[in-house]
Design a protein around this ligand. Structure first.
Ligand code: CP
Ligand code: NVA
Length: 311
């Protein structure tokens, strides 16, 4: 029996993704009735954070408590992953105390190493390349809105970053039709698109790129955006503001989209940059539902990893 990890969204297949959503929805329904689901009784989660967080930390910490377990928060300054101690040594320590590990890191390689060395499941809680927990919550939110995910059409506007990469890969797994619009030099990486290609061929989904954001939003059910400078890119923020200005999700851009288009954002939002108040606070916005669903979706991931081992 081999443990499972959730380092990339491609670590799971389509049926497994639906299973995670099923668990999440069941646990969410229980919570709405005032019941906690003690599916991880006495289990423990180590939470490594090399970057700040509101949603991810709250959702994992609260999630473990509500599932009957507990979580330990390790701040960026606590363990000095890769500096004070190597990923190997950190993994070899944590596996002795904890049943699960989650890590928010810079390089994808770091979370891959933790997963390789730890004999307990490792969850990627955001790295520079992917954010699989976020998009699990996002697709749970979309499923609640439209009933299913069949032929879902999504448009991502902005930086071809970690969130965008994960949205492309999950779209490829599920058969979603995704459109992306980014300024020159900030398109999704060719490595991700290459990985997605075979999955798109299998699932029947599609990827289309548009330089002009108003073209990209014309035929879509949801418009998704994210910050222009991600954590770790703060020194580029000013330069990026000018480059990304035509990609702001504002009323003018939305006027090209279908009237009922859902507005999505993983948060934190830089209001007045990638998205205006008017759009983020509009009736079409489901950003805070996405944030709420981080709790339920991550519980789904935790329970799934505890229950599923590879032979
Ligand atoms: N969306 C998200 O991951 O939020 P945090 O950075 O606050 O965890
Ligand atoms: N792309 C953003 C997502 C934050 C949740 C970042 O990496 O900072």
């Amino acid at each position: 029996m081999r443990k499972r990890d959730f380092v990339s969204i491609t670590d799971i297949d389509r049926d497994e993704f639906y299973e995670i959503l099923r668990i999440a929805r069941e646990i969410k329904a229980d919570l709405k009735q005032g019941r906690h689901s003690p599916l991880l009784e006495k289990k423990t989660l180590a939470m490594i954070f090399m970057k700040p967080s509101l949603r991810t930390r709250c959702a994992f910490e609260l999630g473990m408590y509500q599932l009957g377990g507990m979580a330990t928060y390790l701040a960026p300054s606590d363990i000095g992953l890769g500096k004070r101690e190597s990923p190997y040594d950190v993994a070899k320590n944590l596996e002795r105390w904890f049943d699960l590990i989650m890590a928010r890191v810079f390089q994808h390689q770091t979370v891959l190493e933790l997963a390789r060395f730890a004999n307990v499941p490792v969850i990627n809680a955001l790295c520079d390349t992917e954010h699989p927990c976020q998009i699990t919550a996002d697709f749970l939110t979309v499923m609640e809105r439209r009933g299913d995910l069949k032929n879902f059409a999504l448009t991502y506007i902005g930086d071809g970053n970690n969130v965008c990469n994960s949205l492309i890969l999950l779209s490829a797994i599920l058969g979603t039709h995704i459109r992306v619009s980014s300024p020159e030099g900030y398109e999704p990486s060719s490595v991700i698109l290459e990985r997605a290609k075979t999955l798109f061929d299998k699932s029947g989904g599609s990827y289309l790129f548009f330089r002009d954001p108003s073209e990209a939003v014309k035929k879509t059910e949801a418009i998704y955006t994210d910050v222009w400078a991600s954590m770790g890119q703060e020194q580029e923020a000013e330069k990026r503001k000018k480059i990304f200005e035509p990609y702001q999700v504002n009323s003018a851009l939305i006027s090209h989209a279908p009237q009922k288009v859902m507005i999505m954002h993983d948060l934190p939002a830089h209001r007045g940059e990638e998205i205006t108040d008017e759009v983020l606070d509009s009736q079409n916005s489901i950003a805070f539902d996405q944030a709420e669903n981080r709790l339920h979706a991550q519980k789904g991931v935790l329970v799934f990893l505890q229950q599923n081992y590879r032979k």
